[in-house]
Design a protein around this ligand. Structure first.
Ligand code: 13P
Length: 251
């Protein structure tokens, strides 16, 4: 299985900055030897789609959104449906990022519904799970990530073979504190076992690690048996760093 390196630009960028970043990525991407995606702010999906179409050296780059509505259409001011994302060529949509769970009160059930809406439109949801520092210190890491994933499995049944999971310990996001390869691998193994119990096609499901993954630590994380790629925040905004991580995923 190819590894997947996905950038999460979060609420960063501008028309000019995105163009410069993609131009710099185009210099080094080539045949990446792994799957590569950028999840960009929704207003820039059209720009990213157009630049990828116009730039042969970005042929390997796919793109996605950072959230998706659980609803198909209607009176949901400010929301963006999966069908709309599909119109702009999205391959992926992040769902249940801890920043949305924390700041927007998204529940496990809502995250599961968002994953379902994405799947129905042919978009691969990147389902984020992860514990807070308090939960880890209380010894609840496994219980938390299993509960978060169980909701997605419950709502999506056999379709969960089509999702991507991202383990993102909340305490490691944007803090420079990465989980050690051993800490990450231990949680990934738990998630793998849970997926294995839920679908015979478990081997299709990639489990990414996210949380201060960078050019220096990516290789040691990506070599772990159950780490199938990375969901990269800050380091995805720097072309050289993102390309180094992509190279590390080539194996
Ligand atoms: P950082 O890589 O900036 O820690 O962010 C990780 C993340 O939240 C990716 O979704």
């Amino acid at each position: 299985m190819n590894k997947l390196i996905a950038g999460n630009w979060k609420m960063n960028g501008s028309l000019a900055a995105n163009e410069a970043l993609l131009a710099a990525l185009a210099q080094g991407l080539g045949q990446p030897g792994c799957d590569v995606a950028v999840c960009v702010p929704a207003p820039y999906l059209a720009q990213v789609q157009a630049l990828c179409a116009a730039t042969p050296s970005l042929a390997a780059l796919t793109w996605g959104a950072q959230d998706v509505s659980a609803h198909a259409s209607g009176a949901y001011t400010g929301e963006i449906s999966a069908a709309m994302l599909k119109d702009f060529g999205c391959r992926y949509a992040i769902v249940g990022h801890s920043e949305r769970r924390q700041y927007h009160g998204e529940t496990d059930a809502q995250v599961a519904d968002k994953a379902k809406a994405a799947l129905a439109a042919g978009i691969t949801p990147i389902v984020c799970v992860g514990e807070t520092l308090a939960e880890r210190e209380a010894g609840h890491t496994e219980e938390v990530v299993k509960r978060q994933l169980a909701a997605v499995i419950h709502t999506n049944g056999h379709c969960i073979s089509e999702i991507v999971v991202a383990y993102e310990p909340v305490w490691a996001i944007g803090t420079g504190k990465t989980a050690t390869p051993e800490q990450a691998q231990a949680v990934h193994a738990v998630l793998r076992a849970q997926i294995k119990a839920a679908t015979e096609h478990f081997s299709r499901v990639k489990i990414l690690y996210g949380g201060s993954m960078n050019a220096a630590n990516a290789a040691s994380l990506l070599v772990q048996p159950d780490i199938d790629g990375g969901l990269i925040g800050g380091a995805a905004l720097k072309a050289a760093d993102f390309l180094t991580i992509i190279a590390a995923a080539r194996g």
